[in-house]
Design a protein around this ligand. Structure first.
Ligand SMILES: [Zn+2]
Ligand SMILES: [Zn+2]
Length: 164
């Protein structure tokens, strides 16, 4: 997984750098050309030139920024916060499955809600087996396979044994 990301990062970075080094010089060249043209003739013979040049320069700068910023971010991420790596990956649309994992993680942590004691009604934290107020069991242990089932289960979710 890690290897895969690094590989993709390298590829994307290379593409961005290449694009940057194509767009930026062309844009700069066209801009200079339009300025020279303007100053020499006193009137731009290609009035559209700056409108082509400026976006090219902008694209070039942005591409270069992302191309090289990633290097820095990756370094920083490796050194300090894994969050930065996540943000970087997210920005590059490379974390689709990472995001999915996070979302499903959140979903499962929501579904793994606190357990309300059926005997006394006290809320126990998730994963509790016995009520910390009255000591009554909060789960049904399967007599056949020892699987912990929800208190209101009739059959074991693991082996299908009838409970109670
Ligand atoms: Zn209780
Ligand atoms: Zn069972």
């Amino acid at each position: 997984m890690e290897k895969h990301y690094l590989c993709d990062n390298k590829k994307a970075k290379k593409v961005l750098k290449t694009l940057g080094w194509i767009f930026f010089p062309i844009g700069a060249f066209l801009l200079i050309l339009s300025l020279v043209d303007f100053f020499l003739s006193g009137f731009p013979s290609f009035p559209a030139l700056p409108f082509i040049a400026l976006p090219l320069i902008f694209l070039g700068i942005v591409s270069l920024m992302f191309g090289y910023m990633k290097e820095v971010n990756k370094y920083v991420a490796n050194e300090t916060a894994p969050v930065a790596a996540d943000v970087t990956n997210y920005m590059l649309d490379e974390t689709r499955d990472e995001v999915q994992k996070t979302v499903s993680g959140i979903a499962s942590s929501i579904s793994q809600k606190e357990i309300i004691c059926p005997s006394c009604g006290i809320v126990n934290e998730k994963g509790a087996i016995f009520c910390d107020h009255c000591g009554k069991p909060l789960v049904k242990i399967c007599p056949k396979c020892q699987e912990e089932n929800d208190f209101d289960s009739t059959y074991c979710r693991k082996c299908g044994e009838r409970l109670d």
